[in-house]
Design a protein around this ligand. Structure first.
Ligand code: IGP
Length: 254
């Protein structure tokens, strides 16, 4: 289970794509992220039909799938990262299909053996997540569920009961991708509304790409999630750019 990370400070949660643009480059990406301010990593599992992803992450899925980055290869990558950074939580960010194909129990067992601490499965609604959660928890894995601006009280309660460690709040309805700005007022009031219903920590993602965004989000939420802005630099192997982005994001969280 993902431990005390939320008790220390508001974490910066960074998504990257495993095996992209090559296995070595993705390991290097994880290192740059963890050495410069990322507290938790979301490890992207390449998938052929990433319906919730915008063009940057979609392109990364496509290349990695074409390059033969299967879940087994992703687990080799997570094992390597975990050996180098034993204290940093790694969350598998995967669509349900690869889990279905491997079998829930098998997936959880292998994930655990290869350094994974938790799962986020964006296309698995909490109503259908009971079985995976039970098995995952038996293997010591957290399962984090998502809420969106369209989620009403009943769903907030359900997700609050089911989500381990924290809830992933999707800032806007739509797909992943960098945005110039977000509807801050709406976002803040929605997070505050959810916090009235649950004690769970709320991390916010979708559209976050700069320090300024991270600063605003950390003023009302418990964690900040960044994906596309990272994957864009990862794809270009711009590790210097990645380093300054993570530093900027980290330093902006209060
Ligand atoms: O890319 P963004 O807009 O910074 O959002 C984070 C996001 O990439 C990451 O958490 C993620 C990657 N793929 C997903 C699919 C669904 C939900 C979330 C995700």
């Amino acid at each position: 289970m993902i431990g005390k990370i939320f008790e220390i400070k508001k974490p910066l949660i960074c998504y990257f794509m495993a095996g992209y643009p090559s296995v070595e480059d993705s390991i290097k990406t994880a290192e740059v992220l963890l050495e410069n301010g990322a507290d938790i990593l979301e490890v992207g599992f390449p998938f052929s039909d990433p319906v919730a992803d915008g063009i940057t992450i979609q392109a990364a899925h496509e290349k990695a799938v074409k390059d033969g980055i299967t879940p087994v290869k992703v687990f080799e990558i997570t094992k390597t990262i975990k050996e180098r950074f034993p204290d940093k939580p790694l969350i598998a960010m995967t669509y349900y299909n690869p889990i279905f194909k491997m079998g829930e129990e098998n997936f959880c067992k292998i994930a655990r053996e290869n350094g994974i601490d938790g799962l986020i499965v964006p296309d698995l609604p909490p109503e259908e997540g009971e079985s995976l959660k039970k098995i995952a928890n038996q293997y010591g894995l957290s399962v984090i569920f998502l809420l969106a601006p369209t989620s009403h009280e009943k769903r907030v309660k359900l997700v609050s009961n089911m989500s381990d460690n924290f809830i992933y709040y999707v800032s806007i309805t739509g797909i992943t991708g960098e945005r110039e700005s977000l509807p801050w007022q709406e976002l803040k009031s929605k997070v505050e509304e959810i916090k009235k219903i649950t004690d769970k920590k709320i991390a916010v993602g979708f559209g976050v790409s700069k320090g300024e965004h991270a600063k605003i989000i950390s003023s009302f939420a418990d964690g900040v999630i960044v994906g596309s802005a990272i994957v864009k630099l990862q794809g270009k192997k711009d590790f210097e750019g990645l380093k300054s982005l993570v530093k900027e994001l980290h330093d902006s969280i209060s």
